[in-house]
Design a protein around this ligand. Structure first.
Ligand code: CUA
Length: 349
């Protein structure tokens, strides 16, 4: 959990005794600390809009309070209806118009200031103020994310899936595309949403102010498993990112003898749909599985990348994620064959 997430939760926690058992404080606290909260953000592609959202909320709340107060004051002070003899027509004094002038005079600069703020915030998030460090292509599939890391220094491009790694503290350019239907890229802590549209290239950018993990989510309904189309962004310091990049740009053609049987089975049964760089497996329908063992989660980030979950996924993915395109492999990989493939996949660090 990042510093600002903790910081945002503390003041609200202190208010808890005042709120008693009212769940409001817990709700606000939970909301701003949760990984999908946009109430507190952690990057320059999101912060200006978050600040504006809080600012506009404060202005709207103050306006409501002031108007309500004035209205209450007018009702109590001038009490137009004195029952029961309140049959006479209401009369307005000659000085009513001055409130219109006062109101216009006060609200005009406030509304103008809000318009300027909005234009400035929009300009601040539309493009980064400095050159981007690298470009990552994000391609939406039902229901997973393909990530093409385009080389930034050396001649090393490679493809990953579902877990997007970036260096912290620098802007990264994203090129968004779709392989099938419309999806939407959204990492609430770091940026607003942008759609991935078939036949169209949308560009956006992202920057994580500090190291950490950030949860993202497809934000456009795209079919049965839309809600489970989860993206995980990992922001590393420069040295760790460089090390990660160098490791992941390596193909994985060589494997230990102990898993060579599993590799042969994988090539036969899985290579039509999946790619492992440096091998005969060059399928494009499913996620690229080069270095898959180093990813934190599987199934587009809905299950831990543990042996039990991974074995279950290979055996019967449609039960773990209904309507997923990957077929159950249990019949084609009976008994020891499943274990052998599992051993091979787990060796792809
Ligand atoms: Cu992809 Cu919703």
């Amino acid at each position: 959990m990042s510093r600002s997430q903790r910081g945002a939760a503390e003041p609200v926690t202190r208010l808890m005794p005042l709120a008693g058992t009212v769940p409001l404080a817990a709700l606000v606290s939970g909301c701003s600390a949760s990984p999908m909260s946009y109430l507190s953000t952690e990057g320059p592609a999101a912060d200006p809009v978050t600040l504006m959202g809080w600012g506009f909320t404060a202005i709207a709340a103050a306006t409501t309070l002031i108007i309500s107060g004035l209205l209450l004051w007018a009702v109590v002070r001038h009490r137009p209806l004195r029952l029961p003899e309140a049959r006479e027509t209401m009369e307005r004094g000659g000085n009513g118009l001055k409130w219109i002038y006062v109101g216009t005079l006060v609200s005009t600069p406030v509304l103008f200031g809000m318009a300027v703020w909005m234009v400035a915030a929009t300009a601040a998030v539309i493009a980064p103020g400095r050159p981007t460090a690298l470009t990552i292509q994000v391609i939406g599939h039902q229901w997973w994310w393909e990530l093409r890391y385009l080389d930034h220094q050396k001649n090393q491009s490679f493809i990953g899936a579902n877990e997007i790694h970036v260096p912290a503290g620098v802007p990264v350019k994203l090129e968004l595309m779709s392989a099938d239907v419309i999806h939407s890229f959204w990492i609430p802590k770091l940026s607003g949403k942008m759609d991935l549209v078939p036949g169209q290239l949308n560009e956006t950018w992202i920057e994580a102010s500090h190291e950490g993990e950030y949860r993202g989510q497809c934000a456009e309904f795209c079919g049965a498993q839309h809600a489970n189309m989860v993206l995980l962004l990992v922001a590393d310091n420069a040295a760790a990112f460089e090390a990660w990049w160098n490791a992941h740009a390596q193909p994985q053609g060589q494997v230990a003898d102990a898993v060579s049987h599993g590799r042969d089975l994988f090539m036969k049964h899985c290579g039509e749909c999946h790619t492992v760089d440096g091998t005969a497996a060059k399928g494009k329908d499913g996620p690229n599985l080069t270095h898959v063992a180093s990813r934190r989660k599987i199934g587009a980030n809905i299950y831990p990348n543990k042996r039990g979950h991974l074995g279950g996924w290979i055996a019967d993915a449609p039960t773990m994620k209904p309507r997923v395109r990957m077929p159950a492999m249990a019949e084609k990989l009976p008994g020891g064959d499943l274990i052998a493939v599992l051993d091979y996949v787990q060796s792809l660090h």
